[in-house]
Design a protein around this ligand. Sequence first.
Ligand code: 2PG
Ligand code: MG
Length: 423
Amino acid sequence: MKIVDLLGYQVLDSRGRPTVAARITLEDGTSHSAKVPSGASTGQHEAVELRDGNLTGANSFYSGLSVTKAVLNINSKIKSAIVGLDIDLPEVDNRLIDLDDSERFESLGANATLAVSLASSLAAAHQQQKSLARYFQPTGKLLIPMPMINILSGGAHANRGMDIQDVLIVPHGATSFAEALAWAAGIREAAAKFGQSKGMITHLVADEGGLGIAFKSISTACEFVIEVIDSVGLKVDKEVSLALDIAATQFFQEYKYNLVNANQSFSGKEFVGYISNLVNEFPIVSIEDPFAEDDWESWIEFNQVAPKSLQILGDDLLTTNQSRLERSILDKAANAILIKPNQNGLVTDTLKVVNKAKEAHFRTVVSARSGETEDSWLADLAVGWGAGQIKVGSTHGSERTSKWNRLLELEQIEDCTFNGWQS
Ligand code: 2PG
Ligand code: MG
């Protein structure tokens, strides 16, 4: 079935900032559109998000963040290259690479390429009369991922009220996705009430729907969430554990890890010790970006001393990038990778990263961004790719619930399993 039209346009994300949407029309008259998300704590090795940077004129209200250049790339070069093709995702992605063979889509913008690549995936799934999840895995039981849910937010997502970015929970004792989400929603609610009862400011909700309570120390934040889990009658460690996104690149300056709220500063070696103590003291099953994006030495050192069962998850370190993943496999710098399609720029190449990671027995966690849209394609990708885990933020905000709700739907309508934490 042929692509008869392509339209790029600017829309808003959950932070009220512009982002790119693309809409593909097929010869049967159906249209398939997708919007791309955008990060705040971005890694410098991510594919390039093209923004206008204009502070005057029609789009100046967006403080230079408008994306009309990326949109124009879709409506000119990309449109000419793909209209008339038979819908085929790998072929569309190859055409995008032909148009921009730079390392990180510097010319077209990864926000333009991903929007088109995603819209093509949806169109290709439609052609085969399948859901997006089933397009990637046509037969067999689908794996519904274990969610990692944000309870407390800090760092770049909450005005740095807490030094680290996220304290999350992993409801690994749940026997279905629906149960896992119910537990998470209960814990998120109880956290707000508990904080309020202690006189904390709990009405400030961060970018990903978590509570933006200002905790001076990481330990106090962990203790708080543990107390809340216990208060709703769930067993800490046995049923629900903690996960942290340290997002350490954000507070790494001049070779020092500076915990500003805690008023502490560490060398790389010292911070390896600090993180080791933290994971030994608390029921933490996953730790993301404990060190800065290019501090490979600390990552490698930590990997040697960390408990074998701990998930050491690379986000800014790996940026969904094949060569950085390969380096981390060789160097034994991590054992899991966060998968964010917009760090990569193409759906097919993101899937290649997932497959490479699985081959190396790295765990894969598909992740939303802090600036999201109401689209739910991420849920289908996580399921269709058998990623095993997903991170979407908290249980608040429609840009978050659209993904959770799609997973609830897939769990109902598809032949699927929910294997738990180790899958
Ligand atoms: C992260 C993400 C999502 P951002 O660091 O993992 O939580 O944040 O999209 O701001 O990079
Ligand atoms: Mg992260």
